[in-house]
Design a protein around this ligand. Structure first.
Ligand code: UP5
Ligand code: MG
Length: 190
């Protein structure tokens, strides 16, 4: 693994705002390693790990898995990578998540993206996704949106105040949106 301090990007936005879709494009063009916190948690469920059943019921309720669990999964993923550029997708979801990352990893993000999308559009996208996720039903989506509203805004406001936040209008085609994302990374000369 690389000895230099890694470049860390947090990717924020409500359920279905397009975080995963845009991360795939950033990976392609700028060579980041994509770490989706939700994917790591779903992998834990699938592997029948000790925390699997707690994680499953938490995701079903649209709630937030204990920070320690998520941060340790992210840490392992970063440590086992040779890359020094990471997109951390769907994390931190709360101020408590954010503080746990800073304590355990001992780092702050270099850049924070926030995909700003109207609720109606997010609901439509999630219901159309059809990939069998246990949380892609209307009841859980409502809860995910409530939790997002209650706990993610303080995180977004924090990074806005520290000048790290790039707010991106997430309505439009995938390519339209990536046109707004590209200059952020192009300017960093990766
Ligand atoms: N799509 C994408 N872009 C589009 C566009 N421009 N126009 C039209 N359609 C577009 O996109 C969603 C769908 O929309 C896809 O079908 C896509 O093709 C289409 P996607 O890129 O998947 O959006 P994303 O923002 O990634 O949506 P996702 O549902 O993954 O967001 P969530 O934040 O809800 O999900 P996540 O996997 O991050 O978390 C799931 C749960 O895990 C959480 O609710 C929580 O319970 C738990 N969790 C934690 O507890 N802690 C964590 O740190 C992370 C997760
Ligand atoms: Mg996603």
């Amino acid at each position: 693994p690389s000895k230099v301090a890694p470049f860390i990007t947090f990717v924020l936005g409500g359920p279905g705002s397009g975080k995963g879709t845009q991360c795939a494009k950033i990976v392609e063009e700028f060579g980041f390693t994509h770490i989706s916190a939700g994917d790591l948690l779903r992998r834990e469920i699938a592997s029948n790990s000790a925390y699997g059943s707690v994680i499953l019921s938490t995701i079903r309720e649209g709630k937030i898995v204990p920070s320690q669990v998520t941060v340790q999964l992210i840490r392992k993923e970063m440590e086992s990578s040779d890359n020094d550029k990471f997109l951390i997708d769907g994390f931190p979801r709360s101020e408590e998540n954010r503080e746990a990352f800073e304590q355990i990893i001992g780092r702050e993000p270099n850049v924070v993206l926030f995909f700003d999308c109207p609720e109606r559009e997010m609901v439509k996208r999630v219901l159309n996704r059809n990939q069998g996720r246990v949380d892609d039903n209307i009841d859980t989506i409502k809860k995910r949106l409530e939790i997002f509203d209650e706990l993610n805004w303080p995180v977004i406001n924090h990074y806005s105040m520290t000048g790290k936040l790039h707010k991106i209008d997430a309505v439009g085609t995938v390519d339209d949106i990536f046109e707004k994302v590209r200059p952020i990374f192009a300017a960093l000369s990766f």
